[in-house]
Design a protein around this ligand. Structure first.
Ligand SMILES: Cc1cc2nc3c(=O)[nH]c(=O)nc-3n(C[C@H](O)[C@H](O)[C@H](O)COP(=O)(O)OP(=O)(O)OC[C@H]3O[C@@H](n4cnc5c(N)ncnc54)[C@H](O)[C@@H]3O)c2cc1C
Length: 481
């Protein structure tokens, strides 16, 4: 029997790697975690979720200050944003969270942390920090990086990605954003609210192309009202640098060339899996630029090497990385053959209002050829939303032919929190009647969940048939007015 230095080696100290390291070490495995950056936490803590949500909150407060009159308060002249101070707040929040992801904490849990770039030398051996380390099993959790499209002259034009945008020295007077996904749209609203002139260039005919068009369009119109300009259906031709301006030249749907210019250019056009520099071809591990091939137990083409998180190219969210981490611990440490199931993977775009989803939307149901019905309720009928000053938003419930929920989308204040009830309900196969009859506190945004479930059922309860039966049995006298 060969002997190894460790039971499990983990490459990458982000959401997926940290979940597996902590779980496996607490279960008694001898675990080594290798991280190439000087600190643990990965993209989410340093260049993703945490800085973006902190920036979004700052932008929302600044926006609200300018909206004082909307709340019956005296209007005020708000001074311009000092972006250096915003960046300091972002750093503060990161530094507050960082101790949770410290090597000392993982050492207390029983795992060793090494810093250095890791690469495979054989199927059980990794070289990192000048050492060769062997492990019986490995996890590759190296995350993803911003995908940079091939655009003529782009290499000569300075641009930003999520790695630079949260540490700019000053607020750009104008910002071009290439891409229409969640990162692009969240940044568009935040920078526009902070005072930048923002123009979004998107290839397809809608933003957030995974979402149903009606939901995405409602959100896009809100951003337009706030001042964001959208260029949809574009074919990018070229990038240029002109004095202190960056320029993007694209061809519009009518075939005409258009130029968009701005002080800064943000590229947010998807992600590439971090598969290079691991020497994967040297151990013949199946992968492509989109990610490492895994089966439903997250095993790669070498069964003792697992991959989880963004590097698989599947669902690139922190909660997906955490979920996959749990699957790896089950398989690698418990030796229980647990498989991934992404049917109920929720996601949210953290604009204001937020756009959150779980399960199937109309696009997915149509693609799967499923017969479905749609039930909607508007936030303009939710007392709390009105009290909060927000009329925009809707919940959209998709039901199958037996009226079982297939999925829910919520565009509304705190939509990401409101979807939680549906995540639990759909996961536990809870009946709509349970949600409709459960007591929800008034006045809350979450009442919209009860209301949409109630709308489906009230059609049956308040039917002519029921009225007729009650009249017959209990001698009801009918309408009074
Ligand atoms: C701007 C932005 C906002 C986001 N907002 C959200 C959000 O609100 N909600 C959400 O769920 N998700 C969000 N995400 C996505 C989320 O950040 C990722 O899905 C998550 O970080 C993936 O975790 P991971 O462990 O797979 O990878 P990562 O967190 O990227 O960790 C991978 C780690 O591996 C290390 N590494 C790479 N190669 C090597 C090597 N050869 N040797 C050693 N170490 C290596 C890296 O340095 C990194 O620390 C956002 C992403 C971005 C960019």
């Amino acid at each position: 029997m060969p002997t190894y230095d460790y039971d499990l080696g983990v490459i990458g100290g982000g959401a997926a790697g940290l979940t597996v390291t902590s779980g496996a070490a607490q279960l008694g495995a001898k675990v080594l975690l290798i991280e190439k950056e000087p600190q643990l936490g990965g993209d989410c803590l340093h260049f993703g979720c945490v800085p973006s949500k902190t920036l979004i909150k700052t932008a929302a407060v600044y926006h609200q200050m300018q909206q004082a009159e909307h709340y019956g308060l005296p209007g005020i002249e708000v001074p311009p944003v000092d972006f250096a101070s915003v960046v300091r707040r972002i750093r503060d929040v990161i530094e507050t969270i960082q101790p949770h992801d410290s090597p000392e904490r993982f050492c207390k849990l029983g795992a060793k942390v090494e810093f250095g770039h890791a690469e495979f030398t054989d199927e059980h051996t990794v070289r990192a920090g000048g050492k060769k380390i062997t492990a019986k099993q490995w996890l590759i959790a190296t995350g993803s990086s911003p995908a940079i499209p091939e655009i003529k002259n782009l290499e000569q034009v300075p641009y930003l990605t999520n790695r630079e945008i949260f540490s700019l020295e000053k607020l750009p007077e104008s910002l071009i954003i290439m891409g229409g996904g969640p990162i692009a749209i969240e940044m568009a609203q935040a920078f526009c609210r902070l005072g930048s002139r923002v123009e979004v260039i998107q290839r397809s005919s809608q933003i957030l192309s995974k979402e149903d068009q009606d939901m995405a369009d409602l959100l896009m119109h809100r951003l337009q009202e706030e001042g964001v300009t959208f260029h949809l259906n574009t074919t990018i031709k070229e990038a240029r640098s002109n004095a202190n301006l960056r320029e993007i030249i694209y061809t519009d749907q009518a075939g005409n060339d258009q130029t968009v210019s701005g002080e800064q250019l943000l590229i947010a056009m998807g992600r590439s899996a971090n598969v290079n520099h691991l020497r994967l071809p040297s151990i013949s591990l199946a992968h492509d630029p989109k990610g490492i091939d895994v089966d439903r137990r997250l095993r790669t083409s070498h069964k003792h090497i697992y991959a989880a998180g963004d590097v698989t190219g599947a669902h690139q969210f922190t909660h997906a990385a955490g979920y996959e981490g749990g699957i790896v611990v089950s398989n690698a440490i418990f030796h229980l053959p647990r498989k991934t199931d992404y049917t109920l993977m929720p996601w949210c775009t953290y604009t204001e209002p937020e756009l959150a989803s779980v399960g199937m939307n109309e696009k997915a149901a149509q693609k799967a050829g499923i017969n479905y019905t749609v039930w909607k309720e508007e936030f303009s009928g939710n007392d709390r939303s009105l009290a909060e000053g927000e009329r925009l938003g809707q919940i959209k419930l998709i039901l199958d032919h037996k009226e079982n929920p297939l999925g829910v989308q919520i565009l509304g204040l705190h939509g990401g929190d409101l979807i939680g009830e549906w995540v639990a309900a759909l996961s536990g196969r809870v009946k709509l009647s349970t949600i409709a009859s459960a007591i929800h506190p008034y006045p809350t945004l979450v009442e919209i969940n009860k209301r949409v479930a109630g709308a489906v059922l009230s059609r049956k309860i308040f039917s002519a048939k029921v009225r007729k039966a009650l009249t017959f049995f209990f001698n009801l006298k009918g309408r009074a007015c």
